[in-house]
Design a protein around this ligand. Structure first.
Ligand code: HEM
Length: 155
Protein backbone atom coordinates (compact mmCIF):
# COMPACT_ATOMS: atom_id res chain seq x y z
CA UNK A 1 0.00 0.00 0.00
CA UNK A 2 2.87 2.35 0.88
CA UNK A 3 4.32 1.82 -2.60
CA UNK A 4 1.06 2.94 -4.23
CA UNK A 5 1.15 6.16 -2.14
CA UNK A 6 4.81 6.72 -3.10
CA UNK A 7 4.17 6.18 -6.80
CA UNK A 8 1.07 8.41 -6.75
CA UNK A 9 2.83 11.23 -4.86
CA UNK A 10 5.82 10.95 -7.22
CA UNK A 11 3.65 11.02 -10.34
CA UNK A 12 1.56 14.01 -9.13
CA UNK A 13 4.61 15.96 -7.89
CA UNK A 14 6.73 15.47 -11.00
CA UNK A 15 3.72 15.97 -13.32
CA UNK A 16 2.76 19.28 -11.67
CA UNK A 17 6.44 20.40 -11.59
CA UNK A 18 6.91 19.65 -15.32
CA UNK A 19 3.77 21.60 -16.21
CA UNK A 20 4.74 24.51 -13.93
CA UNK A 21 8.28 25.02 -15.27
CA UNK A 22 7.14 24.33 -18.85
CA UNK A 23 4.34 26.88 -18.59
CA UNK A 24 6.69 29.55 -17.18
CA UNK A 25 9.23 28.95 -19.95
CA UNK A 26 6.54 29.05 -22.66
CA UNK A 27 5.16 32.28 -21.18
CA UNK A 28 8.62 33.86 -20.93
CA UNK A 29 10.06 32.91 -24.30
CA UNK A 30 6.99 32.47 -26.54
CA UNK A 31 3.73 34.07 -25.34
CA UNK A 32 5.03 37.41 -23.98
CA UNK A 33 7.53 37.98 -26.85
CA UNK A 34 4.66 37.31 -29.30
CA UNK A 35 2.49 39.88 -27.48
CA UNK A 36 5.36 42.42 -27.61
CA UNK A 37 5.71 41.99 -31.34
CA UNK A 38 4.30 45.18 -32.82
CA UNK A 39 5.35 47.42 -29.90
CA UNK A 40 2.74 49.54 -28.11
CA UNK A 41 0.01 48.23 -30.42
CA UNK A 42 0.96 44.55 -30.24
CA UNK A 43 -1.47 41.72 -29.46
CA UNK A 44 -4.24 42.21 -26.89
CA UNK A 45 -2.89 41.00 -23.52
CA UNK A 46 -6.39 40.57 -21.97
CA UNK A 47 -6.89 36.92 -23.07
CA UNK A 48 -3.39 36.02 -21.79
CA UNK A 49 -4.22 37.45 -18.34
CA UNK A 50 -7.40 35.32 -18.31
CA UNK A 51 -5.82 32.10 -19.60
CA UNK A 52 -2.83 31.99 -17.23
CA UNK A 53 -5.00 32.07 -14.06
CA UNK A 54 -5.43 28.24 -13.78
CA UNK A 55 -1.67 27.76 -14.18
CA UNK A 56 -0.95 29.87 -11.10
CA UNK A 57 -2.34 26.95 -9.01
CA UNK A 58 0.53 24.70 -10.14
CA UNK A 59 3.05 26.20 -7.66
CA UNK A 60 0.96 25.39 -4.55
CA UNK A 61 0.23 21.92 -6.03
CA UNK A 62 3.95 21.18 -6.55
CA UNK A 63 4.62 22.26 -2.96
CA UNK A 64 1.69 20.23 -1.52
CA UNK A 65 2.52 17.04 -3.50
CA UNK A 66 6.21 17.56 -2.63
CA UNK A 67 5.41 17.70 1.09
CA UNK A 68 3.34 14.53 0.71
CA UNK A 69 6.25 12.92 -1.18
CA UNK A 70 8.55 13.60 1.80
CA UNK A 71 6.60 11.14 3.97
CA UNK A 72 5.50 8.88 1.08
CA UNK A 73 9.17 8.27 0.23
CA UNK A 74 9.83 7.18 3.83
CA UNK A 75 11.36 10.39 5.22
CA UNK A 76 10.39 12.52 8.23
CA UNK A 77 9.89 16.31 8.08
CA UNK A 78 12.69 16.72 10.66
CA UNK A 79 15.14 15.45 8.02
CA UNK A 80 14.54 18.61 5.95
CA UNK A 81 16.85 20.49 8.33
CA UNK A 82 19.67 17.98 8.02
CA UNK A 83 22.59 18.13 5.53
CA UNK A 84 22.48 16.02 2.37
CA UNK A 85 19.00 14.94 1.27
CA UNK A 86 17.31 17.44 3.63
CA UNK A 87 19.23 20.50 2.44
CA UNK A 88 18.62 19.62 -1.22
CA UNK A 89 14.84 19.34 -0.69
CA UNK A 90 14.76 22.47 1.51
CA UNK A 91 16.63 24.34 -1.25
CA UNK A 92 13.86 23.23 -3.65
CA UNK A 93 11.21 24.53 -1.24
CA UNK A 94 12.95 27.94 -1.00
CA UNK A 95 13.26 28.14 -4.80
CA UNK A 96 9.58 27.22 -5.23
CA UNK A 97 8.52 29.99 -2.82
CA UNK A 98 10.70 32.49 -4.74
CA UNK A 99 9.06 31.31 -8.01
CA UNK A 100 5.57 31.85 -6.59
CA UNK A 101 6.66 35.30 -5.36
CA UNK A 102 7.80 36.21 -8.89
CA UNK A 103 4.58 34.84 -10.43
CA UNK A 104 2.24 36.69 -8.09
CA UNK A 105 4.36 39.75 -7.30
CA UNK A 106 5.75 40.58 -10.76
CA UNK A 107 4.53 38.52 -13.74
CA UNK A 108 0.75 38.58 -13.13
CA UNK A 109 0.53 42.24 -11.97
CA UNK A 110 2.72 43.47 -14.86
CA UNK A 111 0.62 41.56 -17.40
CA UNK A 112 -2.54 43.08 -15.87
CA UNK A 113 -0.97 46.57 -16.04
CA UNK A 114 0.03 45.97 -19.68
CA UNK A 115 -3.62 45.20 -20.41
CA UNK A 116 -5.31 47.95 -18.40
CA UNK A 117 -2.63 50.69 -18.19
CA UNK A 118 -1.69 53.46 -20.65
CA UNK A 119 -0.52 52.26 -24.08
CA UNK A 120 2.87 54.00 -23.81
CA UNK A 121 3.72 51.98 -20.66
CA UNK A 122 2.71 48.63 -22.21
CA UNK A 123 6.16 47.71 -23.53
CA UNK A 124 7.82 48.38 -20.15
CA UNK A 125 5.25 46.23 -18.29
CA UNK A 126 5.61 43.35 -20.78
CA UNK A 127 9.42 43.50 -20.61
CA UNK A 128 9.31 43.22 -16.79
CA UNK A 129 6.70 40.40 -16.90
CA UNK A 130 8.91 38.54 -19.37
CA UNK A 131 12.03 38.94 -17.19
CA UNK A 132 10.08 37.73 -14.13
CA UNK A 133 8.86 34.62 -15.97
CA UNK A 134 12.37 33.92 -17.33
CA UNK A 135 13.95 34.10 -13.86
CA UNK A 136 11.15 31.92 -12.39
CA UNK A 137 11.63 29.28 -15.14
CA UNK A 138 15.41 29.16 -14.52
CA UNK A 139 14.81 28.84 -10.73
CA UNK A 140 12.45 25.93 -11.55
CA UNK A 141 15.22 24.16 -13.49
CA UNK A 142 17.56 24.71 -10.54
CA UNK A 143 14.92 23.20 -8.22
CA UNK A 144 14.66 20.15 -10.50
CA UNK A 145 18.47 19.82 -10.34
CA UNK A 146 18.35 19.93 -6.52
CA UNK A 147 15.62 17.25 -6.50
CA UNK A 148 17.76 14.95 -8.63
CA UNK A 149 20.68 15.61 -6.25
CA UNK A 150 18.36 14.65 -3.37
CA UNK A 151 17.49 11.39 -5.17
CA UNK A 152 21.20 10.67 -5.57
CA UNK A 153 21.81 11.19 -1.86
CA UNK A 154 21.98 14.96 -1.35
CA UNK A 155 24.41 17.88 -1.47
C1 HEM B 1 9.86 23.84 -9.29
C2 HEM B 1 9.99 23.10 -8.22
C3 HEM B 1 10.25 21.62 -8.23
C4 HEM B 1 10.62 20.79 -9.25
C5 HEM B 1 10.86 21.15 -10.72
C6 HEM B 1 10.74 19.46 -8.68
C7 HEM B 1 11.08 18.32 -9.39
C8 HEM B 1 11.33 17.07 -8.84
C9 HEM B 1 11.81 15.93 -9.55
C10 HEM B 1 12.12 15.89 -11.06
C11 HEM B 1 11.96 14.92 -8.66
C12 HEM B 1 12.48 13.51 -8.93
C13 HEM B 1 11.32 12.61 -9.12
C14 HEM B 1 11.63 11.13 -8.97
O1 HEM B 1 12.25 10.56 -9.89
O2 HEM B 1 11.23 10.56 -7.96
C15 HEM B 1 11.54 15.42 -7.36
C16 HEM B 1 11.54 14.68 -6.20
C17 HEM B 1 11.14 15.16 -4.98
N1 HEM B 1 10.68 16.43 -4.70
FE1 HEM B 1 10.54 17.97 -6.00
N2 HEM B 1 10.44 19.51 -7.35
C18 HEM B 1 10.14 20.82 -7.03
C19 HEM B 1 9.77 21.32 -5.79
C20 HEM B 1 9.63 20.56 -4.64
C21 HEM B 1 9.10 21.05 -3.39
C22 HEM B 1 8.62 22.47 -3.14
C23 HEM B 1 9.10 20.01 -2.52
C24 HEM B 1 8.60 20.12 -1.12
C25 HEM B 1 8.90 19.38 -0.16
C26 HEM B 1 9.66 18.84 -3.22
C27 HEM B 1 9.85 17.56 -2.67
C28 HEM B 1 10.36 16.47 -3.34
C29 HEM B 1 10.63 15.17 -2.73
C30 HEM B 1 10.41 14.80 -1.27
C31 HEM B 1 11.14 14.35 -3.75
C32 HEM B 1 11.58 12.88 -3.60
C33 HEM B 1 13.08 12.81 -3.37
C34 HEM B 1 13.50 11.37 -3.06
O3 HEM B 1 12.76 10.43 -3.38
O4 HEM B 1 14.61 11.21 -2.51
N3 HEM B 1 9.95 19.22 -4.51
N4 HEM B 1 11.16 16.72 -7.51
Amino acid sequence: MADVAHLTARFLHVGAALLWVGYLAFLAWAVIPAARHGGAHGANVGPIVERIRPFTFLGPLVLAFGLWLVTASGHAYGELLQPGWGHAITGGIVLSIAMMGLEHGLVAPRLRDAHTGPTEEREDHLAKASTGAQVAAVLGLLAAFLMVLALLGGL
